[in-house]
Design a protein around this ligand. Structure first.
Ligand code: VG1
Ligand code: CO
Length: 543
């Protein structure tokens, strides 16, 4: 065997963000850049010799090259086996499932999720641990620390493997198994949902459109919706994964998934529509002429969970990221279960899921999931909705409106200011941090501040503390404004402003969202001086 120890020098910018290390492709293509980070992952793990690793990505540009490099490094470092998705394809939830099913030590998922792909687009590397979930901060901090001092990595000299051929081959002393990217995941879905009921409902005329946005979910969606559930050919749009996602931005929201939005808000809309993001862990749910906010979606799933076979005995608890609306908290209160509030990013749900404290989790950013894996799961959420619809046989809009009538409506919107100058964004956040201590009791228009802080989270399982997770300003009527900077962007800064206001009165549930939040939007600008400091008149993206 020809194993080389290759000398290298640290790159100082390899700090993982909300979801792994994300950089522009040319950054990753710098000499030893990927190798340094991967070796730093390995160096941060204990006892990996002889263990199994799962490897795959969302199919974006540089996916295949990176997989060949990582396979040779894993072989040189003494891993026993790597399970790699066929063609290098694994959605994030499918990778999480494979890690769990195969008792792997962990997995490397190559994705920058919703960020655009292509030679000038973004690339990313995430490490997931043995529970199938994103590495917690303790590990990402250790990886980052290692990247600061790394001086060598291990590399096997070998020919590239054929990633398209299913089966097992040797790479040095390591085994590489190329596995079907979809099969195990599709089996898992069938164990959770009533596929017969959904199939019958579709056969009876219920119509749907699913947009994979030329990203990783294409093969999964085609097999599940058009194959197993018998939906007509063409139900899955943009179902072929492309290295540049067809030039699109695989972010399932009203702005970037506009093709699907036009279909669902068109003249002859189907009953149901859904879109997925780049790596398949997020989802957008639409009905005929109706948009379900992700926060409401989580609440509806929680309230209807017992209609679905996999959750028929009820849910132990729910968890939501801090900026996610409190809609699910109201469901939890009624079900008499706990609702946990965590920082942004799926890594904070892992302990709650492992400890059985939460069964369903969700984020306002179109991410929903459960204890079936340890990642958010876009197609799982779509199937959950389809199962509920097949049982209740009502429209999406009616189900959500009934939900509001029962629990009240949490009007909700996120305003993103993308590509803002980093210094200005940091000034804005710094100013807010300086202010929060003295805001309680102050009034703005018709709102009075009930609390204001920089969110800090103490994990109830391992007591680890995560600070500075976003500025929260809560008002006495339950409304909120939250400010934080994105941890997934690669250029400048993205300011995210989250707005929420609660309305109990059913007669007032029909107001347009931006109108309902109008006064709060102004107050957010007044408090944070958004327009002045960012130099922007309006957000880049409103979801
Ligand atoms: C965003 C979302 C967050 C999500 C993260 C990763 O992070 O806000 O809720 O968990 O993306 O999702 P940020 O730091 O940019 O706000 V994904 O689908 O990109 O893995
Ligand atoms: Co994603």
């Amino acid at each position: 065997m020809n194993i080389h120890t290759v000398a290298t020098q640290p790159y100082l910018d390899q700090k993982p963000g909300t979801s792994g290390l994300r950089k522009q492709v040319p950054t990753f293509q710098q000499r030893n850049y990927l190798e340094n980070f991967v070796q730093s992952i390995f160096d941060s793990l204990d006892g990996y010799e002889g263990t199994t690793l799962v490897l795959g990505g969302d199919g974006r540009y540089y996916n295949r090259e990176a997989i060949q490099i990582i396979l040779k490094m894993a072989a040189a470092n003494g891993f026993g086996k790597v399970l790699v998705g066929q063609g290098g394809i694994l959605s994030t939830p499918a990778a999480s499932n494979l890690i769990r099913q195969n008792q792997a030590l962990g997995g490397i998922i190559l994705s920058a999720s919703h960020n655009p792909g292509g030679p000038e687009g973004d690339f990313g590397v995430k490490y997931n641990i043995d529970n199938g979930g994103p590495a917690p901060e303790k590990i990402t901090n250790a990886i980052y620390k290692r990247t600061q001092t790394i001086d060598a990595y291990q590399m096997l000299e070998a020919l590239d493997l054929n990633l398209d051929q299913l089966g097992t081959v040797a790479l040095g002393e390591m085994t590489v198994e190329v596995v079907d990217s979809v099969a195990a995941y599709a089996d898992l879905m069938q164990s959770l949902f009533d596929f017969d009921a959904i199939r019958e409902y579709i056969a009876s005329g219920f119509s749907l459109a699913v947009d994979s946005m030329h990203a990783v979910t294409g093969p999964y969606a085609s097999k599940i919706f058009e194959g197993l559930l018998g939906a007509p050919a063409g139900t899955v749009k943009n179902g072929v994964p492309l290295e540049n996602f067809g030039g699109g931005h695989p972010d399932p929201n009203l702005v970037y998934a506009h093709d699907l939005v036009e279909i669902l808000f068109g003249d002859t809309p189907p009953d149901f529509g859904a879109a997925s993001d780049g790596d398949g862990d997020r989802n957008m749910i639409l009905g005929s002429n109706f948009f379900v906010t992700p926060s409401d979606s989580l609440a509806v799933l929680a309230a209807n969970a017992t209609l679905v076979p996999g959750y028929k005995d009820g849910i132990a608890g729910v968890a939501r990221s801090m900026p996610t609306s409190a809609a699910v908290d109201r469901v939890a209160a009624k079900l008499n279960i706990n609702s946990y509030e965590t920082p942004t990013g799926w890594k904070f749900f892992g302990n709650l899921l492992d400890a059985g404290k939460a069964t369903l989790c969700g984020e306002e950013s179109f991410g929903t999931g459960s204890n079936h894996v340890r990642e958010k799961d876009g197609l799982w959420a779509v199937l959950f909705w389809l199962n509920i619809l097949a049982v209740r046989k009502q429209s999406v809009a009616d189900i959500v409106k009934e939900h509001w009538a029962t629990y009240g409506r949490n009007y909700y919107s996120r305003h993103d200011y993308e590509g803002v100058d980093s210094d200005r964004a940091n000034t804005l956040m710094g100013n807010l941090r300086d202010k929060v201590g003295t805001m309680k009791g102050k009034t703005f228009g018709s709102y009075t501040v009930d609390y204001a802080d920089d969110f800090s989270y103490t994990d109830p399982v391992d007591n680890s503390v995560s600070q500075k997770q976003g500025i929260r300003i809560g008002f006495t009527d339950g409304s909120r404004v939250v400010f934080r900077l994105s941890g997934t962007g690669t250029q400048g800064a993205t300011l995210r402003v989250y707005l929420e206001s609660y309305e109990a009165d059913t007669a007032k549930h029909g107001i347009e969202t931006q109108e309902a939040l109008g006064e709060l939007i102004q107050i957010a600008d007044e408090i944070a001086q958004i327009k002045t400091l960012t130099g922007r008149d309006q957000p880049t993206v409103i979801t």
